[in-house]
Every structure is written in C-alpha cells, then in structure tokens.
Design a protein. Structure first.
Length: 151
C-alpha cells in the first residue's frame, strides 16, 4: 500500500467525522433560521392582533394563544434538534468504531507480516551461520514462533 493511500485511509474517519459534524450543524442552523424567521413573522402578526383587540380580555386571550403557539414551536424545534444531534452522534460512533476495528485488523496483519519476515530472516541467518561453522553438518531446524518447538 502506498504512503498516499495509507494517509488517505488513516484520515478517512476524520474526514467522515468532519462531514457528519457539518451536516448536523447545517441541519440545526437551517432549522433555527427558519424558526427565527417564523418567530419574527408571528411576532409582527401578534402585534397587529393586539392592536386590533377590542377589549383587554381579547388581548389577553390572543396573547395567551400566541405564547402557547410559540411554546409549542420551541418544543418542536428543540425536539427536532435533539434528534438531529442523536443521529449525528450515532453516525459518529459508527465511524469511530469502524476505524478502531479496521485499525486493529491492520495492526494484526502488520504483526503477522513482521513475524513472518523475522522468522524468515532468523532461519536464513541460522542456515548461513551453520554453513559457515560446520559446512559438512546438516542445517539446523528452522526457527518457529511456536513455543512448543524444541531446539
């Protein structure tokens, strides 16, 4: 695997997390912006309604209805934002979990490759030493990483 491919592989989870963060933040900002626009619009409409109220009772009823409507909108926006954050968190958790799993697999693969190379080098060195020390003797048994092997 080339260095460039390795770097891309290592940075992919970071890029994925940045993308998840941007999507989550963008979704919340769009929702908040729409909510703010709606709030301004309904506030202007409420001022008109209050200015046209024929009695104090009508004004109080209109204000009560307005406050109830705004409270309902605030709750809905907050609930939707929390759900968006929860989904973003779940996506981020999947990215991190996958990255750790892939990392463990790559480390295990690298360890196996290194072990095979070391074993090959040790066996080659033993054969060369045996040949140099006693050229007429049979070559020693190959090195094994198995702990039950006797020498």
């Amino acid at each position: 695997m080339s260095t460039q491919t390795r770097i891309k592989s290592v940075l992919k989870p970071v890029n994925d997390l940045v993308l998840i963060n941007a999507e989550t933040t963008g979704s919340i900002l769009l929702r908040q912006n729409a909510f703010f626009g709606d709030l301004v619009e309904s506030s202007v409409q409420q001022v008109k309604t209050l200015s046209q109220a024929e009695s104090l009772r009508d004004a109080m009823d209109a204000q009560r209805a307005y406050i109830k409507e705004v409270g309902s909108k605030v709750s809905a926006v907050a609930r939707d934002n929390i759900e968006t954050l929860r989904e973003g968190g779940n996506s981020a958790r999947e990215v991190v979990t996958s990255a750790f799993r892939r990392g463990r697999e790559e480390v295990a693969e690298a360890a196996e490759t290194a072990e095979a190379k070391v074993t090959e080098t040790v066996n080659q060195a033993r054969a060369e030493v045996a040949e140099a020390v006693a050229p007429d003797q049979p070559a020693p048994q190959p090195f094994s990483s198995n702990p039950n092997t006797t020498f």
